[in-house]
Design a protein around this ligand. Structure first.
Ligand SMILES: C[S@@+](CC[C@H](N)C(=O)[O-])C[C@H]1O[C@@H](n2cnc3c(N)ncnc32)[C@H](O)[C@@H]1O
Length: 266
């Protein structure tokens, strides 16, 4: 809608929005009328993430619908997404058949959407334990072509894919419980605890996924997850303990790590 962007930016700055000019433009584009714009500004004043107020986010060039109460995909997760796509394409050319990919802990379905839109012919499955996330991911799955399951990690995915999965990609919750109080207020108050809390070391969910993965992976296939750089040594040990050949890569730009575990060929 048409509005005075300068005064809208002033309002947003006054409620603590740092990138007020950018937000003013995005909110004005998204709102249909003054009442909706006022409501959106009110939501921002209450600390709701901009992406949830707008109802969508662009992640790796893909537009993802975002419902309230669902984890907002972070720009740093691009590193994991790019590695997952590269791994799928490599498997596709070596196996000469489209890969089967699982996005465990899918949230909005952002990673599944990127893989489904960039890896032609892939069968993409996604899981989440939170019904609110599953509803959001299902909407994105209908647009980008992946199936979503309400289940605990791999437990509940169709059995026909056991032992046939080429890539498991997961942005698991990995914040150590003791660090949750230090997250920004809008994250603590508007994103679900289950999306963040990784237990005492931060690697509880990751560890469970590592133990579940081998029976789902095809020989030579890989699981990969985002962790913090400080968690890499412990994460590699967990992967090794699960019988997977571990490796790690760190993106210096975003200070994000991806750990990978390959199921041996025999
Ligand atoms: C950090 S968010 C990541 C969401 C999405 N992959 C992304 O990068 O935007 C973690 C997600 O894992 C889900 N989750 C937590 N424990 C789970 C479990 N045991 N099984 C499946 N999903 C789980 C949460 O509900 C949340 O949506």
């Amino acid at each position: 809608m048409r509005t005075d962007l300068t005064s809208l930016a002033d309002r947003l700055r006054a409620i603590g929005c740092v990138f007020a000019e950018d937000e003013a433009r995005l909110l004005a584009d998204a709102a249909h009328d003054v009442a909706q714009l006022d409501d959106m500004v009110g939501q921002r004043a209450a600390g709701r993430p901009l992406e949830t107020v707008l109802g969508s986010v662009t992640f790796c060039g893909v537009t993802i619908a975002l419902h309230p109460g669902v984890f907002v995909p972070r720009p740093r997760t691009r590193f994991l997404a790019e590695r997952a796509v590269a791994s799928c394409l490599a498997r596709q050319s070596s196996d000469r058949q489209p890969p089967v990919v699982v996005d465990a802990c899918t949230g909005s379905g952002a990673l599944a959407a990127v893989v489904a839109s960039r890896v032609g012919g892939a069968t993409v499955l996604a899981s989440d334990v939170d019904p609110v996330a599953v509803a959001c991911a299902t909407a994105n799955g209908a647009r980008y072509g992946f199936s979503v399951y309400l289940c605990d990690l791999m437990d509940g995915l169709p059995e026909e894919f056991r032992g046939r999965v080429s890539v498991i990609v997961a942005n698991v919750p990995y914040v150590p419980t003791g660090q949750l109080p230090y997250l920004p207020r809008d994250v603590r108050e508007h994103e679900p605890l289950r999306a963040l809390d990784g237990g005492t070391s931060g690697l509880d969910v990751f560890g469970r996924l590592c133990r579940a993965a081998p029976s789902w992976l095809a020989p030579g296939a890989v699981m990969m997850s985002e962790v913090s750089p400080a968690q890499v040594p412990q994460a590699l040990a967990v992967l090794e303990g699960a019988g997977l050949a571990p490796s790690a890569a760190v993106d210096p730009t975003s200070a994000t790590a991806v750990v990978e575990g390959c199921r041996p060929n025999r």
